[in-house]
Design a protein around this ligand. Sequence first.
Ligand SMILES: *[C@@H]1O[C@H](CO)[C@@H](O)[C@H](O)[C@H]1NC(C)=O
Ligand SMILES: *[C@@H]1O[C@H](CO)[C@@H](O)[C@H](O)[C@H]1NC(C)=O
Ligand SMILES: *[C@@H]1O[C@H](CO)[C@@H](O)[C@H](O)[C@H]1NC(C)=O
Length: 357
Amino acid sequence: MIRTVYKVVHFCLYACLHLCCSVAMVNIPKNDSVKAFFAYGDSFFDSGNNNFINTVVKADFPPYGKDFIGGKSTGRFTNNRTVSDCIVEKLGARDYLPAYLDPSTQDKDLLYGVCFASGSSGYDALTAKILNVIPLSDQLEMLKEYIEKINMIVGEEEANHIITNGVHMVSSSSNDWAISYTAVPIRRLEYNVSAYANLLLNKATIFFKELYKLGARKIVVFGTPYIGCFPLARTVSSALLRNCGKMFNEEAQTFNYMLKSQMEFLRSSLPQSTFCYVDYFKITKDIIDNHLQYGFEVADRGCCGTGVFEVSILCNELTPICPDDSKFVFWDSLHLTDKAYNIAVNHALPELMDCVI
Ligand SMILES: *[C@@H]1O[C@H](CO)[C@@H](O)[C@H](O)[C@H]1NC(C)=O
Ligand SMILES: *[C@@H]1O[C@H](CO)[C@@H](O)[C@H](O)[C@H]1NC(C)=O
Ligand SMILES: *[C@@H]1O[C@H](CO)[C@@H](O)[C@H](O)[C@H]1NC(C)=O
């Protein structure tokens, strides 16, 4: 009898220890061999956060994710892995970057970093508001909550180390130009190009400084891509000839020049900070202009549907897709295929390295 009671007590203690593991201390190596990666911004980085918010901007249905593990639609806006996943795969300890809002993301995953990005977000808070996605200010709130969580898991000192030593990657601005300045041209009516670029730069600077205040020291920022030659921009500016929208590329470059020099300024003015600018414009321009050399056959439309307008809900189960997406630079009218993202990330590695070592 006593023995049974003892056994039961023993079992309970054991079970409790086991259950409590989710908040117990976990040992991870303190040295630099394990580095955490964090992603903020838009759909180039979003690995599924939009699945868990109330917006129409989603990618959690086929054909999205058709080449992902198990052919699963995870909310990534491409056929397989997205930019943040490819970076983590090449430089981090894992195959992909989990979405912070995904309930299946576990405590042990958190320690290697997570993704806070939200498809359709931008530096301008208006951009996220238009389609009801997560603005950068809320992505920062998620980071604060994340820090509280890992404080409980590994203790404050180790948590600080994870943030300070981690790589914080930002991809924003494309939707500011595409949505707030063009599709719903609220901002175009108020601001000329350089004034809007200035507004974005101010918002971006506030965001980078907030990240720094929360402990981030290694900040990687992607510029605006060669957006005028993305399929949707071609459709908007030259539906029949499918020429690039030159104006969109000029707008992107106006901002990129300012962003790049602002990052050099921040690097020299914020102690111990490293800012790494990724010339995403140059990289995507190279892939699109020289697509044949990279083994692609089509660069002016996406694989999904007609490829000239389909994106998110317009690219769905009923939409026919191309037979071989590895021949396409673009998966849908706004996002590259996994193959093109991998090439882009390979080109970005030299620019990223300063922020990774
Ligand atoms: C860092 O930690 C890992 C895992 O514990 C270990 O294998 C590695 O040798 C360590 N590296 C250094 C430079 O201490
Ligand atoms: C999807 O990505 C994974 C990880 O890089 C890769 O192993 C796999 O081959 C990719 N699948 C396709 C069909 O591209
Ligand atoms: C753009 O707007 C700013 C501020 O309103 C103004 O100072 C500037 O001259 C304008 N630039 C052009 C090219 O119109």
